[in-house]
Ligand binder design. Structure first.
Ligand SMILES: Cc1cc2nc3c(=O)[nH]c(=O)nc-3n(C[C@H](O)[C@H](O)[C@H](O)COP(=O)(O)O)c2cc1C
Length: 195
């Protein structure tokens, strides 16, 4: 079975830290034989504050314009997701919520795993995302990766010289998260395909 796992980069701000965990994830996950990796950068899908005339749970894939259609098709193409989330004021970034609100069936019956970072490893942002994904009829998964300041600080200092090895201590945790994500992605793909 061919599976497609999509990394969603939640932060879009200039100079974002997000690029560092994403570089580590791509280094560790690209080229595996159990899934194809896709990296969705929300910077490539700049959309206004949600302005669709109909709720996407009702309009389904009848997209209001090409920009929304492009994002919708991209989300649709994945069997499972890894949301990479920062934490802004104890929540996940508005850029991520805004993008998610533009779609609905694209996410249904698919799993999402989480990589968070911040003073509490993005734990509060991830907990909020878990609640939101239930509304999308998704399966939010348990084994997240939390990047705490002890690893964030050296990664920030490394600036241009950032290397994925700086997050090596999280490799086992990542493997646990990804095995769980692959299990759910393939199980739910079989179930979706069966109707
Ligand atoms: C508006 C704002 C609010 C923040 N609030 C929190 C917070 O509640 N908890 C936390 O751990 N870090 C917080 N931070 C610090 C972020 O974790 C840190 O800036 C991180 O680099 C943001 O991710 P990004 O650079 O990928 O956007 C906040 C940062 C900003 C800009």
């Amino acid at each position: 079975m061919s599976l497609r796992i999509q990394i969603i980069i939640g932060s879009t701000r200039p100079g974002r830290f997000a690029d560092k965990p994403v570089a580590w994830l791509v280094d560790r996950l690209d080229g595996r034989d159990d899934f194809e990796l896709d990296v969705l950068d929300l910077r490539d899908h700049p959309l206004p504050l949600f302005d669709s005339p109909m709720p996407p749970a009702r309009s389904l894939r009848d997209y209001p314009n090409e920009a929304v259609a492009e994002l919708g098709r991209r989300f649709d193409s994945a069997d499972g997701y890894i949301a990479v989330t920062s934490e802004y004021n104890h929540g996940y970034p508005a850029s991520l919520k805004n993008a998610m609100d533009y779609v609905f069936p694209e996410f249904n019956k698919k799993p999402m795993s989480f990589v968070g970072y911040g003073n509490a490893g993005g734990a509060r942002a991830i907990e909020q995302l878990r609640l939101v994904t239930v509304e999308f009829e998704m399966a939010p998964l348990r084994h997240a990766v939390h990047i705490l300041p002890d690893l964030m600080r050296p990664a920030m200092m490394a600036a241009e010289e950032f290397t994925p090895a700086l997050f090596e201590s999280l490799d086992d945790r990542l493997e646990m998260m990804v095995s769980e994500l692959v299990w759910w992605s393939s199980a739910l793909k079989v179930a979706r395909d069966a109707g």
